[in-house]
Design a protein around this ligand. Structure first.
Ligand SMILES: *[C@@H]1O[C@H](CO)[C@@H](O)[C@H](O)[C@H]1NC(C)=O
Ligand SMILES: *[C@@H]1O[C@H](CO)[C@@H](O)[C@H](O)[C@H]1NC(C)=O
Ligand SMILES: *[C@@H]1O[C@H](CO)[C@@H](O)[C@H](O)[C@H]1NC(C)=O
Ligand SMILES: *[C@@H]1O[C@H](CO)[C@@H](O)[C@H](O)[C@H]1NC(C)=O
Length: 348
């Protein structure tokens, strides 16, 4: 087997400066995702993307391994300091990784095609705590994870591959020491200032939600009110239904989807409320989002209207005063504590 040392170079691209989070904002995740598709013993396709939050900052072209910078400041940051040195090394690292995977596959008699994935990066919490991570996957399952504190890889599955690879890498103590240093010092700390300097544009990106309310009538005695919210960024959002002005609590009548990505790096979700037709209540969909500040988006369901079941009313109303609970929520949010936001149930 190749020296596991070589695997190390695989992670060098993640060490580019300019991927760090704003300590005053929500927890920020900075990561490099790498996927290798090995169709057969003589083939390998590698694709990779580096993300700040959920915004790509650079990608690796699978065709020729050239790096595509999505933002001018990333190129600039990459050219500074040790970035250039690292950039000149990453192709060597990729070749070694490919050889290592093929050798491991042969040694453990794996069947092609194979998919190998890596995820490496750092989470920065508002309280300044940083958490570095480095994980490897094989065939769509967790293979092993690097335990930063212990400076060693731990298998995440019981298999010959996991055992073989982790043992083989852990045998070289210097690899663990170096990885720990790179992840905690370089990835999680050193480049912090770089993003503060250059990356504000994407760290502070905000896109307004657009909400639509319409109804389905699956049966005569049931009306499904749908509030569809799309086009917003960042991801955290609060969508609630108000019945006669009161928030409808979670329950079997309320069904809110997970937040799904749009192609333009915004998000969408829908919240469905089952009601009895003509129950005499008024219904309003309320949306709160960072981009709206203290305001809420209120979209009433036009109960009385007959024919058009689609009512597109985008009413931004200045409703939530600072004295209200909403103001408190906003204040907490502006303080940049996403965890608090979630703890208080504003994320559905
Ligand atoms: C290996 O896979 C690649 C990509 O799918 C294909 O182009 C190539 O012909 C395959 N080679 C062999 C020997 O099967
Ligand atoms: C790499 O390939 C892409 C197309 O897949 C092309 O646009 C780009 O110019 C190429 N880069 C280099 C350095 O050859
Ligand atoms: C900082 O916040 C994270 C996530 O909320 C938490 O896990 C961690 O324990 C906190 N650290 C300190 C020192 O308070
Ligand atoms: C919520 O909606 C999803 C998707 O439409 C559906 O599969 C699920 O059964 C619904 N859950 C409830 C409790 O109505």
């Amino acid at each position: 087997m190749q020296s596991p040392h070589l695997l190390l170079f695989l992670f060098l691209p993640i060490l580019l400066p300019g991927m760090w989070a704003d300590p005053e904002a929500n927890p920020q995740v900075i990561q490099l995702l790498l996927t290798g598709l090995f169709a057969n013993i003589s083939s390998a396709e590698v694709s990779s993307v580096a993300l700040v939050g959920d915004i790509p900052v650079f990608t690796l072209d699978p065709a020729n391994w050239s790096i595509h910078f999505h933002w001018p400041w990333v190129r600039q940051a990459a050219a500074e300091g040790d970035g250039e040195k690292i950039m000149s090394q990453y192709k060597i690292g990729l070749r070694n990784m490919i050889r290592f995977v093929h050798e491991t596959a042969q040694q453990t008699k794996q069947h092609y095609p194979l998919v190998v994935q890596f995820r490496a990066g750092c989470v920065l919490y508002p309280n300044e705590t940083r958490h570095a991570f480095l994980n490897a996957g094989w065939g769509g399952r967790d293979l092993m994870a690097f335990e930063v504190d212990k400076q060693r890889w731990e298998a995440r599955q019981t298999s010959q591959v996991a055992e073989l690879v982790s043992k083989s890498i852990n045998r070289q103590k210097s690899v663990g020491v170096l990885l720990e240093y790179l992840l905690t010092i370089w990835v999680c700390r050193n480049n912090f200032e770089t993003v503060k300097r250059y990356g504000r544009e994407i760290l502070e990106r905000q896109e307004l939600p657009v909400a639509t309310v319409f109804a389905h009538t699956p049966s005569l005695d049931q009306l499904l009110l749908v509030c569809h919210v799309t086009g917003f960024y960042p991801r955290p959002i609060s969508v609630a239904w108000l019945r006669d002005g009161q928030e409808v609590p979670p329950g079997p009548a309320l069904n809110t989807s997970t937040i799904l990505p749009n192609a333009d790096l915004t998000y969408q979700l829908r919240s469905v409320l089952a009601v009895v037709p003509h129950d005499g209540h008024s219904y309003v969909c309320r949306v709160r989002h960072q981009s709206l500040g203290t305001r809420s988006l209120l979209i009433p369901w036009e109960n009385g209207s007959k024919a058009p079941t689609i009512s597109i009313t985008i009413a931004v109303l200045l409703l939530v005063a600072t004295a209200s609970a909403g103001g408190f929520w906003w204040w907490k949010h502006r303080k940049g504590n996403e965890a608090t936001w979630e703890d208080q149930g504003f994320i559905i």
